[in-house]
Design a protein around this ligand. Structure first.
Ligand SMILES: [Mn+2]
Length: 331
């Protein structure tokens, strides 16, 4: 693949997976994933954004790409439950990590938007592994640039992330307010669905703002009572209403702290691993879905790698759903 020289300079070398003694009948993601520099064209790709300077609390998710990748590359490419095999008729690449600016939030966002815009323009379905949640703004903005129209956004998170924030500074708590107030108004409030909001983590002030704007908030408790399938179908209907593409953004703290302890703000009562995987699987298959960012995985705060393993499984389900979407398009 080829990009502008500016973007190629911003893509760091693709990390090599560690040593492993495989069962020769297994096919792992490491066996089918190619370096973007050697790829002709690809169906899907992953990219890492090692940046956590916008986190207000405990940092560490700049090591998210490293943690998630190390679980991800050793995943087998077959899953019996969804009966998905990525080893045939599906091309996937690793774009490596973006050369971020460690202490400059907006400067980093500018780089991220530039790189992701060019990748989305190739038609590649992209998974961006963060990094903190402030990145959802440039990540989704890149998709807006590529489709030149309105997009729908489904986010899974413990927090509303529509803060004005301290003195109005950009933080990991502000991306969805920024998206709704984005200059081109490419994300209408009616096309934004916040799923899994939960816990004693949010303010009434921001909940009222979401309601006044017309943003749909589906708390985790409602997901548990109503069932994941019903709420995801509802979310997809809203996000696809009059839009060109759908972007999925998952803050790992939208999942229960039992399955995602390794994050800045672990969340009791969040989504179960099954609910999260099913949501990703369903959303990835929607004809409009083009991008996914998975953020706030902090390996240094993790317990026995659980959070990285959980995150890697969601990426695999997203890749599986993407293959299914592309297969559906062919038939
Ligand atoms: Mn968040």
């Amino acid at each position: 693949m080829k990009f502008s020289s500016e973007v190629e300079k911003l893509l760091l070398e693709v990390p090599k997976p560690g040593n492993w003694v495989p069962d020769e009948y297994d096919v792992g993601l490491r066996d089918i994933m190619v370096d973007w520099r050697e790829a002709e064209r690809v169906d899907a790709g992953i990219i890492g954004i090692p940046f956590d300077t916008a986190v207000m609390g405990r940092r560490g998710c700049r090591f998210g790409p490293e943690g998630v990748r190390s679980s991800l590359v050793f995943s087998n490419v077959y899953e019996p439950g969804i009966d998905m095999d990525l080893s045939t008729g599906f091309s996937v690449t690793d774009f490596g990590n973006i050369d971020v600016l460690q202490t400059d939030v907006l400067g980093t966002h500018e780089r991220v938007e530039k790189v992701l815009t060019e990748i989305f323009r190739t038609g590649t379905t992209l998974v961006a592994i963060g990094g903190d949640h402030s990145l959802a703004y440039p990540d989704a903005k890149a998709l807006i640039n590529a489709v030149k129209g309105r997009i729908g956004v489904i986010m899974i998170d413990g927090h509303l992330d529509v803060r004005i924030s301290h003195h109005g500074e950009v933080s990991s708590g502000t991306p969805f307010r920024r998206l709704v107030e984005e200059p081109e108004r490419a994300v209408l409030p009616k096309n934004l669905v916040e799923l899994g909001i939960n816990g004693w983590l949010n303010s009434r002030f921001y909940m009222d703002w979401c309601r006044q704007k017309g943003i749909t908030v589906i708390p985790a408790r409602q997901v548990h009572k109503q069932g994941i399938e019903e709420v995801v179908n509802q979310a997809l209907e809203l996000a696809s209403d009059g839009t060109e593409a759908i972007f999925l953004s998952i803050d790992i703290d939208g999942l229960d702290l039992g399955v995602a302890p390794g994050t800045c703000a672990p969340n009791p009562g969040g989504l179960s691993s099954y609910q999260a995987l099913e949501a990703v699987w369903m959303i990835a298959q929607h004809p409009l879905t083009r991008g996914f960012d998975l953020v706030e995985v902090a390996p240094s705060l993790d317990v026995a790698n659980l959070t990285s393993i959980m995150a890697a499984a969601m990426v695999m389900h997203f890749l599986g759903g993407t293959k299914k979407r592309l297969d559906n398009k062919k038939t």
